[in-house]
Design a binder for this molecule. Structure first.
Ligand code: NAI
Ligand code: MG
Length: 352
């Protein structure tokens, strides 16, 4: 039987509560056709408080040979967010060349969109995940004086632009054949015109895919006013980050939104995690919505080649949302984390 070795990093706060529900539902979806071999790592802000590091020095080596990484959430009050992010998530994303951050944005029946008439929303945000505005090249000069100044460089490489754009076009080919690029080449006069240039070059290789370009400011407005326009939206690290939070926000609860950090060549493990963070305000209460974690698990199974199991889980999510009886408070229900996880696991078991 095929066995997948999965590195499990629950992380902080509600990560510890939703991750076991994800494991439970994924186990149910295996149905004797494949095996999941989980190994847990306690890398977190709690570990930082005890040892001064989010993960051990050889942390990346410890998980390099796994088939995938299943992550909860990272970050907690007491440890500055840039410390926890750069101490764990970013090293994994960069060293394992997970240059695609993929987030589906789909309005499901049973979930209220904050929009008055949302229409049919079903698109993907493809965010560049390795370079762009999130570089640590920069620094301060004349610290503490009147002349104090600070600089940070953006990095846009040809390889970096081309590979994320290619991924977006390939994805669009399997869908509605439409790619939208986020830019800001009016204000940012070097990197963004370069991004546009690489996008124009890529469109030529995909004559059957419709391509359009919007500046990020008006694009955020269209996400709210015309979300039904989109199929695949590609953006730099910063713009993609913003769009991939705004997208899930217009289709309802942050608690259900999934995400993936993908190394498409499969040279390294890819990492699957919900969009939400550790939610310190509700952590420890057992009321967090586990759907984002579970849906991220479905994306992981798809990446591993278990398409059928992935679809079974996604259908179960649609069923449980439409039925409305086992939902958590963020979706207006009364169930707790475990009850919603159990409901999903039993639907998956029945339909596998
Ligand atoms: P957050 O996503 O943790 O929480 C935002 C709001 O949404 C809170 O009111 C929270 O209760 C609610 N919420 C989030 N997930 C939910 C769920 N599954 N069910 C029900 N309600 C849910 O974002 P916030 O507060 O900005 O960040 C908290 C910590 O998490 C910070 O340390 C931040 O750095 C970290 N974070 C980590 C991320 C990651 O691991 N990729 C992503 C976002 C934030
Ligand atoms: Mg974000």
């Amino acid at each position: 039987m095929r066995t997948y070795r999965i590195a499990v990093i629950p992380g902080d706060g509600i990560g510890n509560e939703v991750l076991p529900e994800g494991q439970k539902v994924l186990e149910a979806s295996a149905g004797g056709r494949f095996r999941l071999d989980w190994q847990q790592f306690d890398w977190s802000c709690e570990r930082f408080a005890k040892t001064g590091a989010m993960m051990p020095k050889d942390g990346l080596d410890q998980i390099r040979d796994f088939d995938a990484i299943y992550l909860g959430a990272v970050g907690f009050p007491g440890v500055p967010d840039h410390v926890s992010l750069w101490g764990l998530l970013i090293p994994i994303r960069r060293n394992f060349h997970q240059y695609i951050n993929l987030r589906p944005v789909k309005l499901l029946k049973g979930v209220d969109s904050p929009l008055k008439s949302p229409g049919d929303i079903d698109f993907y945000v493809v965010r560049e995940n390795n370079e762009g505005e999130y570089s640590n090249i920069g620094g301060r000069l004349y610290e503490g004086s009147e002349a104090e100044l600070c600089m940070q460089q953006s990095i846009f490489s040809r390889r970096g632009c081309d590979r994320v754009m290619k991924y977006a076009f390939e994805l669009a080919k399997t869908r509605k054949k439409h790619v939208t690029s986020a830019t800001k080449s009016n204000g940012i006069s070097h990197t963004m015109p370069y991004w546009d240039e690489r996008f124009a070059a890529m469109t030529k290789q995909y004559p059957d895919v419709k391509a359009d370009v919007y500046h990020i400011d008006i694009l955020t407005a269209h996400f709210v006013r015309n979300p039904h326009w989109f199929d695949v939206v590609v953006g730099s690290n910063l713009f993609g980050d913003i769009l991939s939070d705004l997208g899930p926000a217009v289709v309802g609860s942050i608690g259900i939104a999934p995400g993936a950090n993908i190394n498409p060549e499969k040279e390294y493990p890819s990492m699957f995690e919900p969009v939400h963070g550790s939610a310190p305000d509700i952590a420890g209460k057992g009321i967090a919505n586990p759907i984002g974690q579970i849906w991220s698990g479905a994306m992981m199974l798809r990446h591993l080649g278990e398409e059928e199991a992935a679809q079974t889980i996604e259908r179960a999510i649609e069923t449980v949302l439409a039925d409305g009886k086992s939902l958590t408070r963020d979706l207006g229900g009364k169930a707790n984390t475990k009850e919603l996880g159990d409901a999903l696991a039993s639907i998956v078991r029945e339909t596998t």
